[in-house]
Ligand binder design. Sequence first.
Ligand code: PHE
Length: 341
Amino acid sequence: MDLLEEIKNIEQEVEKKFENVKDLDQLEELRVKYLGKNGKVKQIFSKMGQVDDDKKPIVGKETNILKNKIQNLYNEIKEKKEKELKEKKLKEETIDVTLPGVKSNIGHKNPFTHIIDEVVELFLGMGFSIEEGPEVETEYYNFEALNIPEDHPARDLQDTLYIDDKYLLRTHTSPVQIRTMEKQDPPIRIIAPGRVYRSDELDASHSPNFHQIEGLVIDKDISFSDLKGTIEEFVHQMYGEDREIRFRPSYFPFTEPSAEVDVSCNVCGGEGCSFCSYTGWVEVLGSGMVHPNVLRMSGLDPDVYSGFAFGMGWDRIAMLKYDINDIRVLYENDKRFIHQF
Ligand code: PHE
């Protein structure tokens, strides 16, 4: 076939092919096929030697025209295809701002978290650090090491949730006292917040699982007045400077002497109302000087070291502070409730 004819054929072929190109990949294939190193245009140039001399200029000219034509077609279609692609993308990404928004579900701190944040900050400020202990405890840490005798009612099945003969769900955070004294030398100044369990029926003021915050200070020459000062500072900062405090003699097997701490009722201001059972006082924590037996069992010499401990109901603090009259709402995690704090 005559080269000029071949050029014509290629020209027709090219027009059709480029017109029907679907995407940029196909377009690139065509470019390689016609303009590439071994493409059809190159092939014509390489056949130039066979052309008669007088025809060479015209064949050369036509080949160049073909080459430019293909190049232009390629550029044109490439631009068009790229534009189409961009438009398609933009269309897919359009946001209809008139549609109602999707509200993301953001959580909220439970009152417990608010309380502990505040309590932790307060005690950190007084030089305490934070300790933790297991919720599944041994009888030893929960009772024995705390000087709680075998026949003490707290050990009863009625009060304690046993897992087996040896393990139980801790009934208070006091075992952390022992664990801390065993692993750390005095001076000790810790608080230990955590979940505790008792075999109670659920009602407005009882829950089989609730929370406590334990405190323990051990050093040389720690006296009851250190206990009083610490508790007073805590109560005043937590509940307000205007609250009155009273220490009422009490009994705990692991402290001697022991005291329960009451603050003046926030509802009636100490006059007496149904909230405080007409006493004018609300109980906030148990406390006392660490019993010598407890120190001894934890490996400390009671002739050298002394200390105090306290334990408070974390739930109770939340209820007092936020005027909550039913403990159950603290555990239901109803967002309508939680979002109020
Ligand atoms: N563990 C006691 C309770 O649960 C509270 C307490 C802690 C009392 C520390 C004295 C000292 O009631």
